[in-house]
Design a protein around this ligand. Structure first.
Ligand code: SAH
Length: 243
């Protein structure tokens, strides 16, 4: 008999491996059995961000819990390039969008930063992390970028690693040629400012950093969420795993 296909991809915390059994908590049991109407014998594709994707069979399906058994690895673990996304949180739905797109497009870490003109004083880190997980479930990814807690940009730059370059998306360069000048492979971060742009002090500081490369994103000023997607595309094409 042909093996059943997995209709659902699910992110779990548990280790995955040959004959490994995975216990589901209440929310995931509810999702699989009540929402998706799966039952004993059905297949689910599981990933945990470390062990690749595994095809697993449902062995027990109760209202509040369940158990799956890993059968075989269906995809190898694929890590994203070493790219961080630094962005200033904006309105809720647009911030959700940025996190979702970053997880789909392939970044290793998402770091929200508070800049001079950032309005948000808080982010809902758990909610954003859940968005990143959902994006990975949808897009077939096996890695989920961690969403870090919101930190002041100045503090993040104080501790900036010497070997990590910054693709500083500088709205003052609007209209300049779009290129990652002198870009070399290695660890990178994309930096996107808030709707209000960077302050003169922030811009001065970034221009003075040896690691930072100011970059134009074309002849128009983009909204921050559009800019994030455009910048990740440009980086992925030039230096990442799309090339
Ligand atoms: N209010 C600002 C624009 C902010 S746009 C102004 O009018 O100048 C939000 C962020 O998107 C910017 O901080 C920058 O990081 C990025 N961005 C938008 N358009 C850009 C462009 N053409 N070139 C480089 N960065 C851009």
């Amino acid at each position: 008999m042909a093996e059943k296909k997995a209709k659902v991809r699910l992110y779990v915390d548990a280790p995955l491996g040959s004959a490994q059994s995975v216990t589901l908590g209440r929310n995931q049991a509810h999702y699989l059995f009540s929402v998706m109407r799966l039952g004993v014998g059905d297949m689910v594709a599981l990933f945990n961000g470390r062990d690749g994707e595994w095809l697993a069979e449902i062995g027990r399906a109760a209202r509040r819990e369940g158990q799956l058994q890993c059968l075989r690895q269906s995809a190898r673990q694929m890590m994203p390039p070493d790219l961080w996304l630094l962005f200033a949180p904006i309105k809720k739905a647009r911030t959700d969008f940025i996190v979702e797109k970053a997880a789909e497009m392939g970044v290793a870490r998402i770091q929200p930063v508070q800049t001079r003109f950032t309005n948000a004083e808080r982010i809902r880190q758990e909610r954003l992390q859940a968005h990143a997980i959902e994006a990975a479930e949808q897009c077939g990814g096996t890695f989920v970028p961690p969403v870090m807690s919101l930190r002041p940009l100045g503090q993040v730059l104080d501790e900036w690693p010497g070997d990590r370059r910054i693709m500083f998306c500088d709205e003052a360069k609007v209209g300049a040629r779009v290129a990652l000048e002198g870009a070399c492979a290695g660890p990178w971060a994309v930096l996107i400012g808030p709707e209000g742009g960077f302050s003169p002090d922030e811009r001065r500081r970034l221009h003075a950093m040896a690691q930072a490369t100011p970059v134009s994103l074309g002849p128009r000023i983009l909204r921050a969420d559009t800019a994030a997607v455009a910048a990740m595309t440009l980086w992925q094409l030039t230096l990442g795993d799309w090339k």
